[in-house]
Ligand binder design. Structure first.
Ligand code: ADP
Length: 210
């Protein structure tokens, strides 16, 4: 039997390769694992769509899990605020967590505003080409403000919340997203179906099938 292989990093922390890898787990589960990253303004519909997609995929026997901003900040990232350094660290932890989930055979649906192109490029760079997808959930600021499900746009306009994306902080639209979902044009049901069809095309659902 071969011994496990080790890669020695600069800081002498050693990655231990096990005997079971992502491909083995994907074969066992009969679907691909990876990270589907939903980006867009607050209230554009990222979480709502991701949770419906999760439910549909779960019902089809797929190991799937939604990571969303508020939930992660309650636990793993509860010690982080909203300074530029903390936002960066917030994303870094989410990406590394997602990598471990993907390695464990899980399809992660991540719903984060992630307003900056450089940050999203970094996220993509941490994944192999075929197990990362970026979905831009597109909706105008005006419509997001009209929806305002958590009352945060109102607070941002009143200056109670500072540096709010779309109001007092920029959102850099993706230049080359893998998929765009326009929630002002599509109903919620159609948006969910469009994501499911896309994941099917990208073999996340039908892995290993003819
Ligand atoms: P985000 O995660 O992007 O901050 P949420 O999913 O929390 O956004 O909120 C989006 C709001 O918009 C929800 O109240 C949802 O019901 C509503 N909504 C209206 N139309 C759509 C649509 N076509 N797709 C997704 N959400 C929609």
């Amino acid at each position: 039997m071969d011994f496990c292989k080790h890669d020695i990093m600069e800081n002498h922390v050693i990655w231990h390769n096990g005997y079971v890898n992502r491909s083995d787990r994907n074969r066992l589960n009969n679907h691909k694992s990876g990270l589907v990253w939903f980006t867009g303004l607050s209230a554009s519909g990222k979480s709502t769509i991701a949770h419906y997609v999760e439910k549909e995929l779960f019902n089809r026997g797929i190991r799937v899990y939604v990571l969303d901003g508020d939930n992660v900040r309650h636990g793993l990232n509860s010690n982080l605020g909203f300074s530029p350094e903390d936002r960066k660290e917030n994303l870094r932890r989410i990406v590394e967590l997602s990598k471990l989930f993907a390695d464990a055979g899980i399809l992660v649906l991540a719903a984060f505003i992630s307003p900056f192109r450089a940050d999203r490029a970094y996220i993509r760079s941490r994944f192999d080409g075929d197990n990362f997808l970026e979905i831009y959930v597109k909706c105008s600021v005006e419509e997001c403000e009209r929806r305002d499900p958590k009352g945060q746009y109102r607070k941002a306009r009143a200056g109670i919340i500072k540096e709010y994306t779309g109001v007092s902080s920029p959102y850099e639209e993706p230049l080359n997203p893998d998929l765009v979902i326009e929630t002002e044009k599509l109903s919620l049901g159609d948006a969910v179906q469009k994501v499911l069809k896309f994941l099917d095309e990208k073999k996340f659902i039908s892995y290993g099938k003819a």
